[in-house]
Design a protein. Structure first.
Length: 373
């Protein structure tokens, strides 16, 4: 088995989603805009849900599953602009997105529709924000669907300004101030290192006093110092928080786009070398059936009506019922092509990256392989 080069990071590898697809189903997959900033947001969400509920009732979804979805509708707007729920007899998965949806949708199918949730996760990687001044810093780690982590570092007592009293003592006073800044920056740097080691943020954004940022950069290990993205803002309660958060979101979006581009670039390279790549639905399903996929690249368009078949085992996948039956599946089930591919990828421990339509893979489905065929 050959393995040519490293695969860039960025694919979503999710043990919890693998547990979901391992259940026998069928699954109700509900995606609903929750309009967090409007009046009567809860009531509007309930109204939207009633429309989807009628469709699911017509499809034969059991009442206990519908009730489980309904439990989370009323307060969903408190957590974001969109709600995703995947529910079956074995439980439910609930996630939120800060972005609204182009349209609401709900399905009842043998395989769960997980592409939107995977897209939400990849668009919200862990990130670390550092708001620094000469007394120290506030540090925050933002994580998708998990509580923020907050820390404070620095704060050594002593002069923090070089506007000294004048006279013969002024140089000494200035040195004491500089020493205080450096000590505080050292405390902040140590906290940054600890948070990076624990949470592995994809983006590190720092804002604040120019000198404090400079000292912090100087006390960090070189590889972390190179990752700092400096934006406007700081610790002061001066109304700049909204602007800082917008800058943070921009840096995260840039990192997400870069990760997608890197994976698509690797896919194109391997495909051009006829090496570790599978292109198009048939080739990708064949690779999934061999457990060969390292990263699945899926466009996941909502209006995609193509179908595929799968059996109980994650590697029992194919475009025809006969193909999957030949793999030993007694009663192959039919589901949307992309959902079958995602189910197989998650079940075999592969990563998944949602990519833009027409971004490279033929038919919106490609794969970087663990080994060349």
């Amino acid at each position: 088995m050959e393995h040519s080069g490293l695969t860039p990071p960025g694919a979503v590898v999710a043990a919890d989603l693998a547990q979901v697809v391992a259940r026998p189903g069928p699954f109700a997959s509900v995606y609903l805009s929750t309009e967090a900033e409007i009046d009567n947001a809860s009531q509007r969400s309930q109204t939207r849900w009633k429309t989807l509920r009628r469709d699911l009732e017509g499809a034969g979804v059991p009442e206990e599953i519908l009730a489980g979805v309904e439990e989370v509708i009323g307060d969903a707007h408190l957590s974001g602009q969109a709600l995703g729920v995947v529910a079956d007899a074995g439980g439910r998965l609930v996630e939120h997105s800060p972005e609204s949806l182009p349209r609401d949708r709900a399905t009842w199918a043998p395989a769960p529709a997980l592409v939107p949730i995977i897209a939400w996760r990849q668009s919200s990687p862990p990130c670390l924000a550092v708001l620094a001044d000469r007394t120290g810093a506030d540090l925050l780690v933002f994580r998708h669907e998990l509580p923020d982590v907050q820390r404070e570092a620095g704060g050594e007592h002593g002069p923090v300004t070089r506007a000294g009293p004048g006279g013969w003592s002024q140089p000494r006073y200035q040195r004491r101030a500089e020493n205080t800044w450096e000590h505080n920056a050292g405390d902040v740097a140590a906290e940054v290192v600890a948070l990076v080691e624990r949470f592995e943020p994809r983006v590190i954004v720092v804002a604040g006093d120019v000198r404090a940022v400079e000292l912090l950069r100087g006390q960090l290990p070189s590889e972390l110092a190179a990752r700092l993205k400096v934006v406007e803002g700081g610790r002061a309660e001066d109304g700049s928080h909204r602007h800082f958060m917008a800058s943070l979101r921009q840096r995260v979006d840039e990192a997400v786009d870069a990760d997608t581009a890197a994976l698509l670039g690797k896919f194109a390279q391997e495909l051009g070398q006829s090496d570790r790549a599978a292109d198009g639905p048939e080739a990708v399903l064949a690779a999934l059936a061999r457990g060969q996929v390292e990263v699945l690249l899926a466009a996941g368009q909502a209006d995609d009506e193509r179908l595929a078949y799968f059996g109980p085992e994650p590697t029992q996948v194919g475009r025809s019922q006969a193909d999957v039956a030949a793999m030993g599946a007694e009663d192959p089930q039919e589901a949307p092509l992309v959902d079958v591919a995602v189910r197989a990828a998650l079940g075999t421990g592969a990563g998944v990256r949602v990519v833009p339509p027409d971004s490279g893979p033929t038919g919106g489905l490609g794969a970087i392989l663990r080994w060349s065929s």
